[in-house]
Every structure is written in structure tokens, then in C-alpha cells.
Design a protein around this ligand. Structure first.
Ligand code: PDD
Length: 283
């Protein structure tokens, strides 16, 4: 596999990251995951915008954002990923410097790592839906930054896995904020409800596309917390994300959502989302 590392395209095995890298020591960095469909990126500009924002919020100076698209395209090409599905992973850390909590001196260059891999879409989950579990949202209060510090997300997802579920949904102050690697929506009487954009969730690119589709398709929606106490009144639940796309949630803990099968609004949005992708691929 050819990857991009600090200005060079090299075999993955040749990447050398220092144990003093602030990403390794402090998880002091940010990342993005972008999907490629038949060699076409989905919403690349939106991912780039979010990456630039994440960098700005944690004060990492990185001046090569403009070149990222070309790098990602080269990785798709050079790894023979122009056919079929792939993901691109971009990670930027504050760079390598002796361990000290304050920022290193200004000459320290950020560490940039980008890789592209084939992706096997979870089609079975899209059709049948998944089980989710509720977990306390023990994360920090800047979930809007796509930080590599994902320990709470890892612990939550492992809890899901151990309970034969595919996603963990975070609950903060009685409300479901989002999943461990997805945004969450519920449908009540035909209206889609999802936690408002704020410091408590990642502003998902998929979430943005789905809300735009809701507008176009005249599906009513509300950016408002879904409280755990109201969840059992929901007719449908779904998760949204770059790798999950629109996935129905048919069970939360021991409770079956609706009749335990994917909901109508969910499947309508899933179809519309797939059509959006088809349009991009055929352009
Ligand atoms: N996760 N919320 C969280 C906490 C996420 O980590 C993600 C994405 C999302 C959905 O965002 P988007 O639609 O932009 O992918 C919401 C990525 C895919 C990951 O960590 O692998």
C-alpha cells in the first residue's frame, strides 16, 4: 500500500513516526474519513472545510490544505482503487517534540499521514438494520472537533460489540447526542429529529446531506434533542455517517424500534442518499 507521509508517497511499511509525536503521546491531532465511490470523492470540500476548522480550533498551523485533494486522488489512483468503494483517512498531528503539555516551538512541523483503502459497504446492515446500545456520554465538551482522541468512543463501541450491537448511542443529560462514530436521528409521527449542531456532536457531513434531502423531499425535520425518556415513542431510528451512510436502527438495548424492521422515512432517505451517490459516480 502506498501512503502519503510528510510530503512523500511511500510504502506504508516505510512510515516512521516518532514516539515523541504529539499524536502518539497526547492524541494531539485531528482526522477525517472521506468516501470514494468508483474513484469519485463524496463531499470532499465539506470534509476539507471541517478539517480546516478542526485544525483552527486546536491551533495547528497547516498551510497545505489546498493540496490535500490532489494527494487523496493520487492515493486512490496509485493503490488501484478507482473501481469500487474506498475510504481515505487523513490525520494531522501537532508534530514531534519532547513531551511537554504546552505547544512545541513554532518551527515544529505538523505530522501528516494519509492512506486509502478498499471499503466493503455494510449492505446487510442497510437492508436489515442494526442494534444499538445506550451508553453515558463521558466525552469532553468539544465533540465538534474531529479529534483523534477517541478513547470514549472506543470504549462505547466495544460495549456495543460485547452486547452484540453495532453502534453505541451516547446519552448526555438525558438526551441522545450521537453515536460512537455516527450521528443519530429518530422519527416521530413522520418528523425526523436530530441533536442540534453544537459542541456536543460532530457536525456530520452525512447528516448535512440528509437534512438537505429532507428539505428537497419535504420531509419535516427538527434539530432538537431526542430524550431517552421519549425514545420508546419513536417510530423509527437511524444512524448516519461516512462509512455507515443511512443505516436503520431496529433495536435499542432490549427495545424493538417500531415493529423491529427498518422504517419508511429511513428507507426513503437511504434510497435518496444512494441516488445522490449514483449521480456523482455517473458525472
Ligand atoms: N466518524 N459523529 C462521530 C462521533 C463520528 O466519528 C462521525 C464519523 C460522525 C459522522 O460524520 P460524517 O457523516 O462526517 O462521517 C458523527 C468517522 C467515519 C470515523 O470515525 O470513522
Amino acid at each position: 500500500m502506498i501512503v502519503y507521509f510528510n510530503g512523500r508517497f511511500i510504502p506504508k511499511e516505510e512510515v516512521k513516526i516518532s514516539p515523541d509525536d504529539r499524536g502518539f503521546v497526547f492524541a494531539d491531532g485531528i482526522y477525517e474519513v472521506v468516501r470514494s465511490y468508483s474513484g469519485r470523492f463524496f463531499e470532499f470540500e465539506a470534509h476539507l472545510k471541517r478539517l480546516t476548522r478542526s485544525l483552527r480550533e486546536i491551533h495547528i498551523s497547516f498551510h497545505e490544505s489546498e493540496s490535500l485533494r490532489d494527494i487523496c486522488e493520487a492515493l486512490i489512483r496509485d493503490n488501484d482503487l478507482k473501481e469500487g468503494d474506498a475510504t481515505v483517512y487523513i490525520q494531522i498531528t501537532r508534530g514531534t517534540a519532547p513531551r511537554k503539555h504546552t505547544f512545541p516551538d513554532k518551527t515544529t512541523q505538523p505530522t501528516v499521514y494519509i492512506s486509502a483503502s478498499a471499503f466493503d459497504p455494510p449492505e446487510e446492515n442497510w437492508k436489515k438494520g442494526i442494534k444499538a446500545v445506550l451508553v453515558p456520554d463521558i466525552r469532553w465538551s468539544r465533540c465538534d472537533i474531529k479529534a483523534t482522541a477517541l478513547l470514549s468512543n472506543v470504549l462505547a463501541n466495544q460495549r456495543a460489540y460485547q452486547n452484540h450491537a453495532q453502534e453505541a448511542l451516547f446519552v448526555r443529560d438525558g438526551a441522545i447526542t450521537e453515536g460512537s462514530h455516527t450521528n443519530f436521528c429518530a422519527v416521530f409521527d413522520g418528523q425526523l429529529v436530530t441533536f442540534p449542531e453544537s459542541n456536543y456532536i460532530l457536525s456530520g457531513i452525512t447528516r448535512g446531506v440528509i437534512l438537505k434531502l429532507c428539505r428537497e423531499m419535504e420531509i419535516p425535520f427538527r434539530e432538537f434533542p431526542v430524550f431517552e425518556r421519549d425514545l420508546k415513542r419513536a417510530d423509527e431510528c437511524m444512524i448516519l455517517g461516512t462509512t455507515t451512510e443511512v443505516t436503520p436502527v431496529v433495536q435499542v438495548d432490549e427495545w424493538k424500534v417500531g415493529d423491529g424492521t427498518p422504517g419508511t422515512v429511513t428507507m426513503k432517505l437511504q434510497k435518496a442518499f444512494r441516488e445522490t451517490i449514483c449521480k456523482i459516480v455517473s458525472q
